[in-house]
Design a protein around this ligand. Structure first.
Ligand SMILES: NC(=O)c1ccc[n+]([C@@H]2O[C@H](COP(=O)([O-])OP(=O)(O)OC[C@H]3O[C@@H](n4cnc5c(N)ncnc54)[C@H](O)[C@@H]3O)[C@@H](O)[C@H]2O)c1
Length: 310
């Protein structure tokens, strides 16, 4: 049966979607899924190596070509999402090529894993830059466009889907830089949702898990495709339906939330919230806080374990 015949409802029909880091892995799966759901897609990828080093590859062109082969429409951006001019150009590409922008999926990034004690400042800066700045700048430029649209009386049905990580939500040993960046993205999602709502923009984040070059070495056994041809839970294509849904008009009213997506499972991640409290209505003595803090912890839920902690 052809892909068209088996395609689900085209819930992104008519939308123009930018996907960053869409040349490989999860971003590639998202771009193809959006095209299949009827969207025109700007496929962005800088084509860098797993640690961010210049790679000399052109994966964005390949994914755009694949979309066109399947009858879809795609434009290519090879801009660096963490560069202000690059992020501005990325948004302009959607407007120049397709005349509009409806959805921004922030997904690009890379890793430089080290224990904190061995983490060089360069590796700290590079990972914070690509993930956190690489989310902030495309959001800023896209939101400036949407704000102008709203002010001109054309309030959009706009969507942003950010990419956090289990590391950013629970912590991950050996990934201090990445954890800080991904925690920042989760918090930034809350602020963006609160600030952009008045311009018709909803902002959510996902924490995905899938087999890509980023994970295939560390988690090779856990993430391998089943030999018996059963459901391949760790295929990146399993994460994309949630991204397409959140990036479509159908997700009306859902904003400022973080969802974990893995295989066939979608989980709402419930963030920081106040647990037990003690109020002395006067200043505490440091020594009396020993009993007070232990009592508070006994009356509060245990935190989820940090990934990789023994
Ligand atoms: N794979 C997982 O299980 C997993 C888990 C949690 C979070 N994530 C996140 O999902 C996203 C996608 O990861 P992936 O596993 O598909 O990795 P990947 O390496 O396959 O894809 C990332 C892509 O981003 C591109 N990129 C890197 N820096 C860029 C820049 N400055 N501008 C534009 N493009 C750039 C790379 O060239 C690459 O093609 C990342 O943000 C990652 O942190 C992945």
């Amino acid at each position: 049966m052809s892909e068209e015949l088996t395609a689900p409802a085209r819930i992104a029909e008519g939308r123009v979607v930018v996907v960053t880091g869409a040349g490989r892995g999860l971003g590639r799966a998202h771009a193809l899924a959006f095209a299949r759901a009827g969207a025109r897609v700007v496929v962005n990828d800088l084509g860098v190596a797993l640690d961010g080093a210049a790679g000399g590859e052109t994966p964005a062109e390949q994914v755009a070509a694949q979309i066109r082969e399947r009858g879809g429409e795609a434009a290519v951006s090879t801009d660096d999402v963490a560069d202000s001019e690059g992020a501005a150009r990325l948004v302009r590409t959607a407007l120049d090529r397709f005349g509009r922008l409806d959805t921004l999926v922030n997904n690009a990034g890379f890793l430089r894993d080290r224990m904190l004690v061995n983490l060089d400042e360069d590796d700290w800066d590079a990972v914070l830059r690509v993930h956190l700045t690489g989310h902030f700048l495309p959001m800023k430029h896209a939101a400036a466009h949407w704000r102008a649209e709203a002010k001109a009386g054309r309030t959009p049905v706009a969507r942003i889907v950010n990419t956090s990580s289990g590391a950013g939500l629970l912590g991950s040993v050996g990934q201090g830089n990445y954890t800080a960046a991904k925690a920042g993205i989760a918090a930034l999602t809350l602020v963006a949702a609160a600030e952009f709502g008045r311009y018709g923009v909803q902002v959510n984040a996902i924490a995905p898990a899938a087999r890509t070059r980023m994970t295939e070495r560390t988690f090779a056994e856990d993430m391998a495709a089943p030999a018996d041809g059963g459901f391949d839970a760790m295929a990146p294509e399993n994460v994309s339906p949630l991204v397409v849904y959140l990036g479509s008009a159908a997700s009306e009213g859902i904003t400022g939330r973080v969802f974990e997506a893995e295989g066939g499972r979608v989980t709402v991640m419930d963030g920081w919230r106040r647990a037990a409290h003690a109020d002395k209505a006067a200043r505490w003595e440091p020594a009396e806080l020993d009993a007070a803090v232990r009592d508070l912890l006994a009356r509060s839920p245990e935190p989820e374990p940090v990934y990789g902690a023994r």
